[in-house]
Design a protein around this ligand. Sequence first.
Ligand code: NDP
Length: 331
Amino acid sequence: MSTKILITGITGFVGSHMADFLLEKKEVHVYGLKRWNLSRLRNIRHLLDNGRVTLLDCDITDPIGTRDVIEKIRPDKIFHFAAESFVSPSWLHPSHYMDVNYKGTVNLLDALRQAKINPRFHIAGSGEEYGEIHESELPITEKTVLRPVNPYAVSKVAQDLIGYVYHKSYGMNVIRTRSFNHEGPRRDRVFGIPSYAWQIARIEAGKQPPVVYTGHLDDKRNFTHVRDLVEAYWLAMELCEPGEPYVIGSENPENIHTFGEVLNQLIAMSTVKNIDIQTNPEFVRPTAVPRLIGDKTKFYNLTGWEPKIGFKKILEDTLEYWRDFVRKDLY
Ligand code: NDP
């Protein structure tokens, strides 16, 4: 009998890669939630005719619909990736971010409680929860103080902590990770690296003058390939203690860069030389998060996980993805 694994947010960046990862395993059936009239299917088009994938319509902000799908599937494991995940619009829609990221998570947890099932339930928390971190506090551990500085981050703290509350109150098997920037094919082009790669691909195709428009370039992050991250999430599900937080980052200097450094590396990889960089004030956020570098020691000690894919490959895969996208004129 197959293990029933539910992925919320399967149409998104991480959820679609998680589905690919799970389907490499035998005896797994993947259930994915999508929104009936909103979801973009391009990230999972290759899975639509796969007999081991079942898609169900559900907006997680609706408690009734959420309860129905949980009762219908009665999953053995849940990877919860459905979220409003982009920081910038969260200042315009702070309530909506709480509705999806916090209340949506409550709806799922409570649906499990009411269905009287207790599968492992993974919550994909974010390094953004730490927010305003001083140089002396690096690298970030599970004990570092949370000081979120944007509405997205506040909603992720709330999501993370309500997971803890459901674990503490009802003994639910909530697995809490806090991961840092993951990148690779399929990440939407509103985010930094995909945006640079998309613009460079358009410049190469002659569809845009040789200028890349950016937001703030000084912020420093640790970057991990999404394929490494979904493996980490799988290990978290198998080996981590419910209720405990786990930082999944990389202190490896090869993976730590400012966005400006990343952009320069991408430009160096382009077939077009002499590409300019210009700041677009519209992309600059009201608050910045200057540095986020996670210390994965606690997670590593339990799982032995380390990223296998190098930083150059992250950039190559991303650039190739957007070149193909532009070639096929998909937008
Ligand atoms: P994406 O924005 O690519 O995907 C979000 C997914 O959530 C989409 O499938 C979207 O579906 C779905 N969704 C949004 N609103 C709803 C709703 N109301 N009901 C049901 N589904 C909904 O995000 P990522 O894949 O990058 O992120 C996944 C998770 O990982 C998020 O929780 C994010 O905060 C977290 N995370 C991500 C990091 C990263 O670097 N990518 C870093 C740390 C944490 P639709 O197609 O319908 O829009």
